[in-house]
Structure formats: structure tokens, C-alpha cells
Write a protein that binds this ligand. Structure first.
Ligand code: SF4
Ligand code: FES
Length: 239
């Protein structure tokens, strides 16, 4: 299949612009294959993130024709022969170069909730020799969530409040409060019931639309709102 890849380009110190590259990929290919062809056949200075190629690592998120996608599992046949794919970096995160954004807003938010992503090396004792008891199993991740950040990119509130906790972290908080497993629930309630927390969400459900897995952060935020409101009412009534 022949396609044109119209790609956002930015190198520090230069003006952002688009470059368009003609590419050819198998009909069964995905958008990431088209980006890789642009890189291999035209310009090896194109910077983009990817690792697993099968919707597992969460590293490749970007915009295809202004919609949040994991390009490794977005079929080119969705766009058709001869189509132009406009490729941009995710929104609401600083662009480092080309399609690579600074993903720290993703990890900082999971850290706040208490579900940080920890490198294996960080499970070692400070002297770097002995593993902590139970090793990496002592750390938890939010089941199902790839930490891809597509929901942060799609969220309209993130665009106006960069400190907003955002859909991924609020969905993780909802999960944690349903089953705290040792997390400090009171601290979590304080964190989410804050000016940059739960109540900033105005239920656009763009996050759920963007999520490539079944986290459904929009629904999780609605459940969390009900839970926090019920708790406040109970407290007011002296329960
Ligand atoms: S909630 Fe969905 S869109 Fe958001 S980071 Fe997790 S997997 Fe990605
Ligand atoms: S390359 Fe890993 S999720 Fe796309």
C-alpha cells in the first residue's frame, strides 16, 4: 500500500514544520510500519518511540490525523491506498524532538497515586547489591493501564490545567480505593478531592475514547465522584 506520511518535525533551536515522505508498506501493516519506512528510506534523524510493536509497552503513542493512537496496532488499511497520514506528537506534554515527548507527566502522576513504575535496578538495596525482599513484586502497577498517556493527550482539562491529576491517575486512584492493599486511603482522598483533582473533570469522555485498553478512565472518574460525594455526605450527617 502506498501512503504519504506527513510528519511533525522539531529539533531544538529550529522552527517546527511538517515533512512529507512517500512510503510503501504491506496492506496488513500498521502506522508504525509506515513511520519506520519514512525513517529507513528517507530520514534517519526522525525521532520516535517504540519498543514492543504489540500494544504492550505503551511507548509509541502519538496522533494520527489528530486522533490519539498507538501506531503499532493501528492498521494502515483504516486509511486506505494513497492516504496522507498526518503524524503529530501527543498533546499536553512538552515535545523533546519530532514525535518524542517528555513523558514525565505520566510517571509523576502514577507516583503521586502510589503506583509508580520502578526500574528493576531500583529494587536493589542502596549499595546496589542485594535485592529487596520479594524484589520487583513489592511494587504495584495499575492493572490493564499501559501508562501510554493517550488519555492525558486527549483530555481537554489537561490543556487548561497542567496540574490536573488527569484520567489515568484518577482511574488508578479509583482502583486503589476499591482495593487499597496497604495504600494510605486517607491520603488518596485528600489528593483527589483537590482543586487539581477529581472535580476538574467535566465528563467529556475523550479519555475513554482514546484509551487503547479497557481501562475506561471516564467511567472510573464517574464512580470516584459518586464515592467521594457519598463519603462527604456521610461525614456531614455524622456517619
Ligand atoms: S488509562 Fe488507557 S489511555 Fe490512559 S494511560 Fe492507561 S492505557 Fe493509556
Ligand atoms: S510499540 Fe509498544 S505499545 Fe506500541
Amino acid at each position: 500500500m502506498k501512503l504519504n506520511v506527513k510528519m511533525y518535525r522539531y529539533k531544538p533551536g529550529s522552527e517546527p514544520h511538517y515533512d512529507t515522505f512517500p512510503v510503501e508498506v504491506p496492506d496488513t501493516g500498521n502506522v508504525l510500519d509506515a513511520i519506520e519506512r519514512a525513517w529507513a528510506d528517507h530520514d534517519m534523524s526522525i525521532m520516535f518511540r517504540h519498543a514492543c510493536h504489540h500494544a504492550s509497552c505503551g511507548s509509541c503513542g502519538l496522533l494520527v490525523n489528530d486522533q490519539e493512537k498507538l501506531p503499532c496496532v493501528t492498521p494502515v488499511k483504516d486509511y486506505g491506498e494513497g492516504a496522507t497520514l498526518k503524524i503529530d506528537p501527543m498533546r499536553n506534554m512538552p515535545v523533546i524532538t519530532d514525535l518524542a515527548v517528555d513523558a514525565s507527566p505520566i510517571y509523576q502522576r502514577m507516583q503521586l497515586i502510589g503506583m509508580p513504575i520502578i526500574r528493576n535496578a531500583e529494587t536493589l538495596r542502596p549499595d546496589g547489591t542485594e535485592p529487596l525482599p520479594n524484589g520487583v513484586e513489592t511494587f504495584k502497577r495499575f492493572e490493564n493501564c499501559l501508562e501510554c498517556g493517550l488519555c492525558l493527550s486527549a483530555c481537554p482539562v489537561m490543556a487548561t490545567d497542567p496540574q490536573f491529576l488527569g484520567p489515568m491517575a484518577l482511574a488508578a486512584a479509583e482502583r486503589a480505593l476499591a482495593e487499597p492493599r496497604g495504600l494510605d486511603a486517607e491520603r488518596l482522598y485528600q489528593l483527589i478531592d483537590d482543586e487539581h483533582g477529581l472535580w476538574r473533570c467535566h465528563s467529556s469522555f475523550e479519555c475513554t475514547e482514546a484509551c487503547p485498553y479497557e481501562v475506561d478512565p471516564g467511567a472510573a472518574i464517574m464512580r470516584l465522584k459518586r464515592k467521594v460525594a457519598a463519603r462527604k455526605i456521610k461525614r456531614l450527617l455524622g456517619g
